[in-house]
Structure formats: structure tokens, C-alpha cells
Design a protein around this ligand. Sequence first.
Ligand SMILES: Cc1ncc(COP(=O)(O)O)c(C=O)c1O
Length: 427
Amino acid sequence: MKTPVKPEFGHPPEILEFWKRLVRKALAVNSSTPFYLCSALPITERVAELDHALAYAGFDTGATRRPGKVLCRHWLSCKTQPVAPLLRWWRGQGRPIEVVSEFELRAARSEGFAPAEILVNGPAKHHWLDRHALRGLSVNFDSPAELAVLLPLAKKLDWRCGVRINTSQEFDVENSEFPTQFGFTADEAVAALKKLMRAKARVEAVSFHLRSNLPSAQVYQRALVEVAAVCRAANFAPLMLDLGGGLPARQVLTPGGKVLDGEFGLRAFAETLRVAARQFPGLRELWLENGRFLSASSGVLVVTILDTKERRGQRQLICDGGRTLHALTSLWEQHRLVSLPARTGAEGPTTIHGPTCMAFDRLARLPLPGSLRPGDHLVWLEAGAYHIPWETRFSHGHAAVWWHDAGGLRLARPAQSFEHFWGQWVG
Ligand SMILES: Cc1ncc(COP(=O)(O)O)c(C=O)c1O
């Protein structure tokens, strides 16, 4: 049996203290677990870091207006962390939101975003977007069929239109020979841009989203060369260039122990964009829709050890939360875990399991102190992206969600009750 290796993370001690303090505070109000705890503070820090790099490369980030410079605009990727107080807080910062489904559009509207602050992405929108006759939306078209159906509405409602281009840099990460299902091929994109211009629609943007956790800025550079070629072929000068998301999350490791953002530098990224932007004369804005980078570090998952077992030289900690229910990302990512209280002493090979009846339910396998015991809490960091939207109800209900911002810490969503869990069946 392989002995697990202790993963090396680079969290500064003050980050660990920040989360421990907040988790203790939440537990003092309500000791029931599992729960997610999310904070606005790390998001502010990530936005500032990114803006700093972009400003250094000569972009306008909105903080200090630089007339004549290309403005960078961050759109909140709603799907990454669809948490109501996050949407409210983000809107309070005067920032816009990106949505990819009817529910997300409705959520954005419920939280008060004006149509001009909403960017609609995603495939097959022609099956639902016409139900929302909102004037002034930004809409990135994803296919010829979608464009054919929605073009009359786009004109009538003065949508700010864009075309999503599927470049050679966008593929299924698990099978790189297969393209993703999104956007227009280069030829289709040229035809779509011409069609929009001929129709005198308000076409202003080209967009792409390459994939997640991109390993280097060069991937953007290669994609932008292709996007510029499409624009030239269509004789189209975009005012907005939408780069999607894709910046890697911080302090997250691959299953093999490699730091995900190890080779990714924000300065190099911003510099790549500065050079690439020259291919787009007349460009006014760069749009960014980063999910993981902005919000992964803004949340933690807190579980309690319920039981322990020893078998074949392995210690197993069975907890009230885990992969199946809350942290699907543990399939392809290793995250930092801290215990409350801190336990020390000899470490042995340990596997942390969730409570479901699946061997799959394995949050982590690593050396941990043998002194960890039932009742201890484990805090799984970097749970602020793609945890809550991929949460399941496998034998159990949804977890509670706590929210923290300058206004303090509060319960944002109670744990799902049995009545809610079972009461949804109507027939
Ligand atoms: C269109 C679009 N924009 C932004 C994102 C956010 O991506 P990430 O979390 O990798 O930054 C995604 C993720 O799938 C996406 O599809």
C-alpha cells in the first residue's frame, strides 16, 4: 500500500488564523456541521492583485481612471459561487455579473442587477432567453441557431451583442483531441459577425473561455491571435474583448502535489494582454469572468469527525461531510486541511471520508496526527469555487452556508431540513 505524502501548501499563517477565527465564531453560534463559510475579504484581495498587475501593464482598472486606456471590467461568474449575499456584496461594489442560465439571470435580477450590468453567456439560450425581454442586456451568442432565433430580439431590445469563438486552445481537458461544445468555429464566427453587422445589431464584443486553471499566459496569447484573425476576416473591430475566466486558483495542488498556479504569473498575464490588445485597434474594454481565481480562496468547508477506524495500516476518519456531498473538486484537487482544535503528535497514513455509502466519498488521503478524534472539526480550505453549485443531496440534505463581510458574520442559508428535502415531491 502506498504511503500518502504530506502535501506542501503556501498559506501564510495569518490566512489560517483568519479562517480559524471565523469558524470558531460560527461554531459558537451554532455548533452543527457540515457548513460552508464564505467571506468577501479574500475576493477583494484577489481583485486588487489582478488589478494591480493589469494597471502595471497600462490598463485602466476603474480604480484610477486613465483616459484613453483600455478599461478592464470584472464580471462575477455566477455559476462558480451562486451565493445570494455574494451577489449583493458584488453589486454593492458597482460591479457586473455574468450568467449562463435562466435561473442565474433571474437570481441576478432578484438581487437588483440592472440589465446593463448582466452578461448572458452559455449554450442554447434561444430556448429560454426570449422569456426575458430585458432591454440593454449584454449577450454573447454561442451558435448559429441561437443567433438566428434571437437576432430580432437583440435588435428590438438593443442588446450589446458578442460572438463566442471556439479557438484551438479550447478543448476537453480530459481528452485534448476533442473540442468543447461552446461557441462558433472561426468560419461560423466570421459569418455571425457579418450577419450581426448587416442586420445593424449593436455588435460590440468577441469572447472566448478557454478552460479552467490555465497553466500559463501563453495559452491566452495563442487564442488571441486566432480571435484577431476572425475579426480581421469579418472586418470587425470589437469594442470589447471578453477573455472568459481560466486563471488558476491559488494554494491548490494537483493530485500529484503540483501547485496549480505554479507557473502562472499575473504580471506575465497582464503583459501578454497588453501586447495582444494591439491586434484590436479601437478596443475600449477587456472583460474578465474569472471564477476560481477570484472566489476559490473565499470559502471553507467545515466538517466534524464522527467515527474513526483502523484497518490495514490506515486510519480512517468518517466525517459528516466530504466529497460526495460537498467537495467534488477533491477528485482532481488537493486542498489544505486544518483541524480545530489543532492536534499534534505522531502522524500516520489517514483517509478522510464523508458520511455517504460510497467508497468514492474520500475528501483527502494524507499523513495526519493520530490524536485526531471524534468531535474534532476539520476545515477544508479553498472551497469558495464550484463547491456549493456541485453540492449533492446524497442521503443527506444541503449544508448550511455562513457569510462574512464588513458587516460581520451571519447565517446566509440554514442546513436543509427534512421537510424541505422530502417535501419537494408532489406526485
Ligand atoms: C463562459 C465562462 N466564463 C467564465 C467561467 C469561469 O471559469 P473559471 O472558474 O475557470 O475562471 C466559465 C467556467 O466554466 C465559463 O464557462
